[in-house]
Design a protein around this ligand. Sequence first.
Ligand SMILES: Cc1ncc(COP(=O)(O)O)c(C=O)c1O
Length: 380
Amino acid sequence: MKSSSTTQLDLAPLTPAYDSILELSPYQTGKPVEELTREYGVSDVVKLASNENPMGCSPQVTLAITEQLGQLARYPDGNGYYLKQTLSDFNDVTVDQITLGNGSNDLLDILARSFVGADDAIVYSEYAFVVYSMLAKMQGATGVEVPAQNYGHNLKAMSQAVTDNPNTKVVFIANPNNPTGTQLGQKALRDFVAGVPSSVLVVLDEAYIEYSPESNNRALIDEFDNVVIVRTFSKAYGLAGLRVGYALSSVAVAKLINRVRQPFNVSRIGLAAATAALADQSFIKAVRETNDEQMRWLEKQFDALGLRFIKSYANFIMVEINMEMEDTTAIDIHQALLEQGVIVRPLAGYGLHSWLRITVGVAEENLRLIDTLRSILNDN
Ligand SMILES: Cc1ncc(COP(=O)(O)O)c(C=O)c1O
């Protein structure tokens, strides 16, 4: 099979819409299990690289999907009637405040395409979800990256960045943040929103909200028409493979972005699965409890191994590989883990060269991770 280089693009005489598109690197996904098995011949792979739910999804989802299988020749409901009804009850918003997406990434993209032009700026934090800077490049816009504070968002500095860049159209904030797992206080966030001009859209990316209910800033939608909350079924709901997300906003913003989104952007199976998944909150409670318990266990193990970590409010944790071990880098440890069938995420792409991001697994996966990590560290 031929594969093409991703860095060298010989497009001439074609040119992309903006030069900044040429600066994009392909989004780095966690290595799929199948690829690791193919490359290293290891079976029994543990994937802790993409913040997926190791507990799978609610059993109700299987039933809902099965019911759709005879209907696959038919387009899905383009307005997602049942999912929107369920989301409306769950979030106490009206149906016309909801926009559905093919994963929450689709909604981030739709928001950028709807509001940001080449003369505009997007503000986001250093070490925040990489897609925000990619969207700035895709729109040919200025990406304003604000230095992080203790690995999280520095809201004061972000506010100043909005003032300093009067062409700012969108601010992206991930809460909790990926990859650092940090969380913002509700008051600090409200003060931030209250302080930015109402012409600036503040997008709160709550992809990990189910793991940290105190990060729920749904109330801001009632108070501020320029706030959008974006959520996903890919993480705690365990439906990453189906691609379903949603945005909550003012009616006016929802009306606009609903015009920009592609028709039928959520599949028939995705709609049915997400509706069933949302209705099963007892599953989400069990997921949160397991994650909390396993997170505490992992923290203890990292302490015992002498590895620094950043307190995380999501389903992953960022761990520092001790650079005192001169010639052993996070990339080396990542590679050694890979060769033994454990996939984690190196963070050099974020400029976090000495850090790994590890998704919290179920007990036996975490045990395998720690045992493997311990033996690698002892050998170095
Ligand atoms: C902060 C954040 N936002 C959005 C996404 C996109 O997720 P999805 O498109 O699967 O909903 C992710 C995925 O890793 C994420 O970490």
